[in-house]
Design a protein around this ligand. Structure first.
Ligand code: SF4
Length: 317
């Protein structure tokens, strides 16, 4: 352990916004779009079922745009953020459902549409760890010749009991193998994973171990999410039957702190806490409703409890 010699960074974690600034020279905004309209779970392939936390929009932040043509989705969002933030650079983020559960030809056409827009500096593909074929590796490599390409895998947990409970339909081993295959076949691909905290029985040791697995896999970034209950989801039914109690705020932020302590300082972090895409969808916990106050609360908790990214990370292990 190298705690004594490690100097805490000014911000207690390496934010993805800082990574983007380093890479692109200025702030970059993500433009979330929907390409896929389904996923293997929702279709019930091989007996799979909808993940217990997933709403009808497949985790898409802008369901009101879901039916619009891709060009229109991108144009509308870019216009909105440009007006608000005077932004110049963008990544088109294929967020909804399972993006790679789409024909390769359609995926390539979508990338081409995204790259037609001035200011778009790359694409980000949201998908599941078990929806990656060798044909996709060729597509990623082809586009990596001309732009930035990132993937975000919904791993959610490295614990198979938790994965079963949430009905993910893939295992921890599947996720690890997918990252290894991506690194082997697409060495320039930027690889991110999504993790959720707040499963029943999840301990701080589990969270620390998740960070260590991220280090071992050599992913480029992680996105953290507290498990919240959305309307009309299987998790809401469990919550209503009092079979699920959401994690409280202080427990969650301590999990984030322990995770960051163990996480390599080179792995960028997208966010520390999630909010529901639409407030009227959120059932519980209510504390997750307030984006900025939660962000500040997270930073205060990290600083007051001397948590910072890489605090107990040992790169020699
Ligand atoms: S979380 Fe992803 S894989 Fe699970 S049901 Fe929703 S869209 Fe499908």
């Amino acid at each position: 352990m190298q705690e004594a010699s490690f100097k805490p960074p000014e911000r207690p974690y390496f934010a993805i916004s800082d990574f983007y600034k380093q890479k692109f020279g200025e702030k970059v905004f993500k433009v979330p779009v929907a390409l896929a309209g389904d996923c293997p779970n929702r279709m019930g392939l091989k007996g799979m079922k909808t993940c217990i936390f997933c709403d009808e929009h497949g985790s898409f932040a802008y369901p009101q745009n879901q039916e619009k043509a891709l060009r229109e989705q991108i144009g509308l969002h870019m216009e909105r953020v440009s007006e608000r933030f005077n932004s110049k650079k963008f990544l088109v983020y294929f967020q909804a459902y399972t993006t790679t559960f789409t024909a390769v030809k359609k995926l390539k056409e979508a990338f081409d549409v995204a790259l037609e827009f001035d200011g778009v500096v790359g694409v980000v593909i949201g998908t599941r760890p078990d929806c990656l074929s060798p044909a996709l590796f060729d597509v990623f490599n082809e586009y990596l010749q001309k732009t930035f390409v990132a993937i975000e895998l919904g791993v959610q947990s490295f614990d198979n009991k938790q994965l079963d409970w949430m009905r993910r339909g893939h295992s921890s081993e599947d996720a690890k193998k997918s990252v290894a295959k991506l690194k082997e076949n697409c060495p320039d691909l930027n690889i991110g994973i999504h993790l959720m905290f707040g499963w029943p029985g999840e301990t701080l040791d589990d969270v620390a171990r998740s960070a260590e697995i991220c280090n071992e896999l050599g992913v480029d970034n992680v996105k953290l999410h507290n498990l919240h209950v959305l309307k009309n989801t299987p998790l809401q039914e469990m919550f209503d039957r009092k079979e699920f109690k959401p994690v409280d705020k202080s427990e969650y932020f301590e999990m984030v702190g322990v995770f960051l302590d163990h996480l390599s300082p080179r792995i960028a972090v997208h966010r520390l806490v999630a909010i529901a895409s639409r407030w009227d969808e959120l059932v519980a916990p209510q504390w997750t409703r307030h984006k900025m106050t939660n962000y500040q609360h997270a930073i205060d908790h990290l600083n007051q409890n001397q948590h910072y990214q890489g605090k107990v990370f040992d790169e020699t292990l």
